[in-house]
Write a protein that binds this ligand. Structure first.
Ligand SMILES: Nc1ncnc2c1ncn2[C@@H]1O[C@H](COP(=O)(O)OP(=O)(O)OP(=O)(O)O)[C@@H](O)[C@H]1O
Ligand SMILES: [Mg+2]
Length: 257
């Protein structure tokens, strides 16, 4: 069973950037999971899933239910035995450096219960094949309520310098406790907008603060242009700070691919 790592935080804090940069230092075999319906992680990793013949879970589920002439929860229940293997076949991208699976956008009315349930069932099976499983969350807290991931090893909260972000920490600890979502370590990270003062402030919270992700104009530019963050220069301040953070968290670091 691989180590399950989750990147979480408020909207726009830098969760996906952290996940993408961290992934380049993790041990293979590694799997990235994009839990955000507003899929953007594949782009940051330079992976065009449709070009590789892969679907998102939401997309594949829609097609499978359609092909089997059944709908919604009933359809999901009828097909539940074969769904995990179908989803794995249609959605799991196996790359040279890392594998990726994405929840994806739903283009029909309704909640994300079915794709969430599929992914929840699939994660423990997938986790057996990987050393590291890194999950990029959507903004906010709802993904905890959805209980897609129940057993987390390392939970990284990416903070922006705001009081809302500080309150977010307490909400994460309360909601995970209430819903029995377990984690072995909780790590706080400052995002690229953190100042020295904010760092000092956050260090007094009693949770492990591992440092800030440095501002990097290339990250901004690459994200603007939709370029993969894997092409950042070796001396990228954001990438190097993520490396330092992982070292502080006790990770065995690999050279960037
Ligand atoms: N270290 C950095 N230096 C400069 N800009 C950054 C850095 N990290 C993130 N950004 C910028 O901040 C914005 C948000 O980053 P990102 O998409 O990683 O956040 P997010 O928390 O995943 O957002 P969402 O809540 O929409 O999923 C992007 O435009 C990105 O370019
Ligand atoms: Mg994101």
């Amino acid at each position: 069973m691989g180590r399950v790592i989750v990147s979480t935080g408020r909207g726009g804090a830098g969760k996906s950037t952290f996940a993408a940069l961290a992934s380049s230092y993790l041990r293979p075999p590694k799997l990235l999971i994009d839990l955000d319906p507003d899929e953007s992680l594949a782009n940051m990793l330079g992976i065009d899933l449709s070009e590789k013949g892969k679907k998102t879970i939401s997309g594949a589920l829609h097609d499978i239910l359609h092909e089997n002439k059944t709908v919604g929860r009933t359809g999901y229940n009828l097909l539940s035995n074969i769904l995990p293997s179908l989803i794995q076949r249609d959605c799991l991208y196996r790359g040279p450096g890392l594998d990726l699976i994405t929840l994806g956008t739903k283009f029909t009315v309704g909640c994300y219960c079915a794709p969430d349930a599929v992914l929840k069932d699939l994660i423990p099976t997938l986790a057996k094949d990987y050393e590291e499983i890194l999950i990029d969350s959507p903004a906010g807290l709802e993904h905890f309520n959805r209980k897609v991931v129940m057993d987390i090893d390392d939970l990284f909260i990416i903070l922006d310098p705001s009081e809302k972000s500080i309150k977010h920490i307490a909400r994460v600890t309360a909601i995970t406790k209430e819903l029995k979502v377990s984690y072995k370590h909780l790590y706080l990270l400052g995002n690229y907008r953190f100042t020295n003062d904010t760092e000092e402030y956050v260090q007094n919270f009693g949770e492990a603060y591992l440092g800030k992700i440095e501002y990097d104009s290339n990250v901004r530019q690459y994200n603007l242009e939709g370029k993969t963050l894997f092409k950042l220069p070796e001396d990228s301040p954001a990438s190097l700070s993520v490396k330092g953070i992982l070292v502080k968290a006790g990770y065995e670091i690999r050279d960037r691919e």
